[in-house]
Design a protein around this ligand. Structure first.
Ligand SMILES: [Zn+2]
Length: 426
């Protein structure tokens, strides 16, 4: 979906020669995937089409043919992290945040970003970005944050719309069923997750009278005909409707096949922005915030809280990264607390004012207005995803009969380096 998804041809020469050296030293006992293979696995987990329109996800540099034996995962593609990738001998650095979010006219090494691209290419280390597509995904950033905080029964805060599907129902004489099924499958019908050529058939009797000018495959003009037929059902993406119908007509022996195309209801997807879930057992806000502080990596900011520290927290919404644009969805979700990062004064203040007003109007203590806010460092909120991304990448590579070594970056890329406590509050 972005220019970054496409070619990396300009950067191939250094990476290819380095890759060649590595390949020569490889043990024949282990199978190694190429960058193109690994990127296709990452894209299945974090589909680029689910990224926000403004985002720039995909491969930033790297040769698709280079082998990938060691992957370093980090939140930010900073100079520190590039040092680490080169030190550990990574062939691929996967980061959450884009290096080149806005268009650039140069990656000359005279710029701080261009210098990083040069260093990565010289070291034979590719850079790949999974940003808002990783936020939205199952096994993504929001889900990892929710799991780290001990939330269960998760659902997306803002679900992505589910895929638009049709159900094709066609009546086929028994000896032609397999042929029609194959043709519809080849045209894109019958795909369900990791399964293909999925179909249902049941057998019944079809009847018809061929007209005077008909050229029937079975039967005679003017006579009632009865034929044993299969009712063949397959689902297909709505975008493939015309192709599937054309393929069915092409493979069907009848001059006028009987068929239905039914539009299926669109169900919310399991992926989407943020997650909301249950805290079991519920905790007072103070204890919940202490858990957040303990389970996320340490930062200078620590954890900021807005709300009654004794108030009970049973339902929690989370968004990794900057989350103050999601307040409406958080309110609709009925969350008692909202864990996110980068909360600004005005949105946070107005949310809490409104919560207090509504609690008072409902006859409760104004301090008990929901949701409470739990603000953490942006980097800390996204860091839990790295372990989960490393684990699923190892599983996916193993599923292809290969191995990969994964490492999670140990560098703290939160930009804040100190915090000076205020004078004690009066
Ligand atoms: Zn972020």
């Amino acid at each position: 979906m972005s220019a970054d998804d496409t070619s990396t041809d300009e950067t191939t020469s250094a990476a290819t020669s380095s890759a060649g050296t590595i390949a020569a030293a490889a043990s024949p006992a282990t199978t190694t995937l190429t960058l193109a293979d690994v990127v296709s696995l990452l894209d299945r987990r974090y589909p680029p089409a689910t990224a926000e329109g403004w985002d720039a996800v995909g491969t930033v540099c790297g040769d698709p043919a280079q082998p990938v034996r060691r992957v370093l995962l980090a939140v930010d593609p900073t100079a520190d992290v590039v040092d680490e990738a080169i030190e550990v001998g990574a062939d691929l650095l996967v980061t959450h945040h884009p290096l080149l979010l806005r268009p650039v006219h140069s990656v000359a090494a005279t710029t701080f970003k261009g210098a990083l691209v040069h260093r990565l290419v010289r070291a034979g280390c590719a850079l790949h970005v999974a940003h808002t597509n990783a936020d939205a995904a199952a096994d993504g950033v929001a889900e990892a944050l929710a799991a780290t905080l001990g939330l269960v029964d998760l659902e997306p805060l803002l679900p992505l719309p589910g895929e638009s599907l049709d159900k094709h129902v066609v009546f086929v004489p028994l000896d032609a069923t397999e042929r029609v099924l194959d043709a519809m499958s080849d045209a894109g019908a019958g795909a369900l997750g990791d399964y293909s050529r999925c179909a249902w058939t049941s057998t019944g009797t079809g009847t018809f009278v061929p007209g005077d000018s008909a050229a029937p495959a079975i039967g005679e003009r003017g006579r009632v005909e009865r034929v044993e037929e299969d009712r063949l059902e397959m689902i297909a993406p709505r975008a493939r409707r015309a192709a599937v119908v054309a393929a069915m007509r092409g493979a069907h022996p009848y001059e006028e096949p009987a068929f239905d195309v039914l539009e299926l209801a669109v169900l919310p997807a399991t992926a989407g922005t943020g997650r909301v879930g249950r805290l079991d057992p519920p905790l007072p806000l103070r204890e919940f915030a202490e858990r957040v502080a303990q389970r996320l990596p340490a930062t200078e900011q620590g954890v900021r809280v807005a709300g009654d520290l004794d108030g009970e927290v049973a339902r929690v919404a989370v968004v990794g990264g900057s989350g103050d644009s999601l307040f409406d969805a958080v309110r609709r979700s009925g969350a008692d607390a909202y864990v996110t990062a980068d909360l600004r004064h005005h949105p946070a203040s107005e949310l809490r004012e409104r919560a207090a007003f509504e609690a008072h109007a409902a006859g409760r203590d104004a301090r008990d207005g929901r949701p409470f806010l739990v603000d953490v460092a942006h980097w800390a909120s996204e860091w839990p995803w790295l372990e989960s991304a490393a684990r699923v990448l190892r599983e996916d590579v193993a599923g292809r009969g290969a191995t990969v070594d994964t490492q999670v970056s140990t560098r703290r890329t939160d930009p804040w380096t100190a915090r000076i406590a205020s004078a004690p509050l009066p």
